[in-house]
Design a protein around this ligand. Structure first.
Ligand code: ATP
Length: 351
């Protein structure tokens, strides 16, 4: 199986190297026959090719069985006409990677909440408040005058319906409880359409309980009683914000895995950003990307009937738990002393 590896910016190259250490060990142990093709994106590509997203990249993606994408520092990119392309956004829209699946759970001795938390956020990621991807041509964000800035939010029945279906399908393998997060008290049409579609899908999943919670209240509930949530279904921006909150509550932004999953392709991408403040110091926690890669293997196991990939995914997740259980084997964000490389070596050894 061929994986395309795009290390990205900031801590991206370090956490990608760490992830490959674990994947190579898993490939040997479980006979996965994984091969990796590395390509530059982000600032490395800008320097080499004059654009953060080199021509032909989507073609390379299409030739691969899955993608490992490091974090990208879009905020620091030059404007589009000077080569600054938001690779993540292009992937999500052009490759139709519409479902961002972001689990977060506490582990013994780790976590900033009073009760155990084990939830998965299912986030729509091709439209919503992200105006840069909402128009056929041009940007959905514009300034009619120098002191007025506007942006267009897009919510479609199609996108709401399919992300809701994903959430309910995932809930069948869990506690059969979906919490739909919204702000329909204010945004009656856009959030109303989202809720209508969620309710329609819910009617097909009779055994699954649907709860509807307003986004602002959701943040308080998540901090106060995180244990009551199972699958959290959200539009793009709410899902993004809630997942940072959930992963930090689980112990650190560096802990939670994440995949962008379409119907035909899956991309492992760490939940957090490129953390330029700690880049190049061997300090980053690579767990998020390692667990994202495990989720990609799980996806390959299901969609491509690659049973061994499923076994490897379980083993990687168990190995991460085993290493994290020992406070001496944690990275600095969790109060430990291990560097990125040493942590990855410990996970590979624990497989
Ligand atoms: P970006 O501009 O790419 O979003 P950022 O630094 O603004 O980068 P994050 O990368 O999400 O946003 O980081 C927020 C904080 O969490 C930073 O202080 C960063 O160092 C820390 N952090 C993020 N990821 C990790 C990680 N994997 N390991 C340790 N600390 C992390």
């Amino acid at each position: 199986m061929k994986l395309l590896v795009l290390p990205g910016d900031g801590i991206g190259p370090e956490i990608t190297e760490a992830t490959l250490t674990v994947l190579e060990a898993a490939s040997r142990l479980f006979k996965l026959d994984l091969s990796f093709e590395e390509q530059k994106v982000g600032f490395a590509a800008l320097k080499a090719h004059g654009t953060t997203m080199p021509d032909g990249l989507l073609g390379r993606v299409a030739e691969s069985d899955g993608v490992i994408l490091g974090p990208l520092d879009q905020l620091a990119y030059p404007p589009r006409e000077k080569g600054g392309v938001n690779v993540s956004a292009v992937f999500r829209v052009k490759l139709d990677l519409y479902a961002n699946i972001r689990p977060a759970r506490t582990r013994p001795g780790l976590g900033k909440v009073k009760e155990p938390m084990d939830l998965v956020i299912v986030r729509e990621c091709t439209e919503g408040f992200y105006a840069d991807r909402n128009m056929y041509q041009g940007s959905g964000e514009f300034m009619p005058t120098p002191d007025v800035a506007m942006s267009i939010r897009k919510v479609t029945a199609h996108a709401c319906e399919r992300i809701a279906r994903r959430a309910f399908e995932i809930s069948l393998k869990r506690k059969k409880h979906v919490t739909a997060v919204h702000k329909a008290n204010v945004l009656r049409m856009t959030e109303g359409l989202f809720l209508d579609k969620v309710r329609e899908v819910a009617a097909e999943f009779r055994g699954v309980k649907l709860e509807e919670v307003i986004i602002d209240a959701m943040t308080a509930h998540l901090v106060r009683t995180p244990g009551r949530f199972d699958v959290v279904l959200a539009t793009n921006m709410y899902g993004d914000i809630l997942s940072d909150l959930a992963s930090e509550l689980s112990g650190s932004l560096g802990l939670a895995g994440s995949v962008l999953a379409g119907d035909a392709l899956c991309c492992a991408q760490a939940q957090h950003g490129s953390a330029p403040d700690i880049a190049g110091q061997d300090k980053a926690n690579p767990t998020s990307l390692i667990l994202s890669a495990a989720m990609l293997l799980e996806w390959l196991a299901e969609r491509k009937k690659a049973k061994a990939c499923g076994k490897a995914a379980e083993a990687i997740s168990a190995a991460v738990d085993k290493v994290l259980a020992d406070p001496k084997k944690r990275t600095a964000d969790l109060g430990g002393k291990l560097g990125t490389r040493a942590f990855a070596a410990a996970v590979a050894a624990a497989l």
